[in-house]
Design a protein around this ligand. Sequence first.
Ligand code: HEC
Length: 238
Amino acid sequence: MKPSTLNLMLAVSLIVVLAIAALAHVDNARPNFEIHFGYDMAYSPAYGAYAPNTNFADGRTLQAPPAGTIPRGGELPLYFAPSGEDALRAGEVLTSPYSPASDEGKQAARRGGAEYTVFCTACHGDGGLGDGPVVKRGFPPPPSLLTGKSAQMKDGQLFHILTYGQGSMPNFAAQLSPARRWDVIGYIRKLQRKAAPEDRPLDAPAAAQEKEPGNSVQSGDAPVQREDTKQTETDSEP
Ligand code: HEC
């Protein structure tokens, strides 16, 4: 074989090899070439969540959870009516998961402060006196959180108000999860403690604080009025 013929043959085989390599290139973005003898289970007929579906009576694919079921990791339902009586009952049966003197309790009150600024200050004012900007523009002023009934209410009752509202006060169930509601309640207690430290010592157990005399909500007496002026701006409490 003449060298020129050999070169030509080598060049042709190089081109052939490169062409085959290019054709055999695996493109992972495309499905493999397949030959189907009937589709069997190769493609699953899954419905889109919002696609119409004749298999269900209501014609929808996405079905509501069966009544009475609770999703895993979901919130347990509360069995209260949005009424004053049930607010009192909530005061008896619901207790804050945080004790105010514990580290968790202090952290909760601190988180609650941030939540209070976002959701409550507009009406109740920074200090809880009921003098927020919305009130200054004509909204019916809420009672003071420091000297009003809420100073005598039990934690569970405040929780009920945040969950179901009260009078012209909207509820905050959608904005604040139950854990965040307890944070805000911890912050309200902190404000009340600053206003009247002798009535609400930090180290007293929560139950003892609730049994303080003059619990107007339980007994129906006039609420004990404390002076707003007792509120101090010092942030000595951690
Ligand atoms: C839109 C204004 C508004 C906002 C925002 C608001 N409140 Fe109120 N709140 C009121 C009014 C008005 C009342 C009095 C309701 C009534 O009894 O008629 C009230 C009552 C209360 C009471 C009961 C006081 C009592 O003496 O009966 C508590 C506790 C309370 N609010 C806490 C909160 C907290 C905590 C937040 C934030 C998560 C909040 N409120 C946000 C307007 C508001």
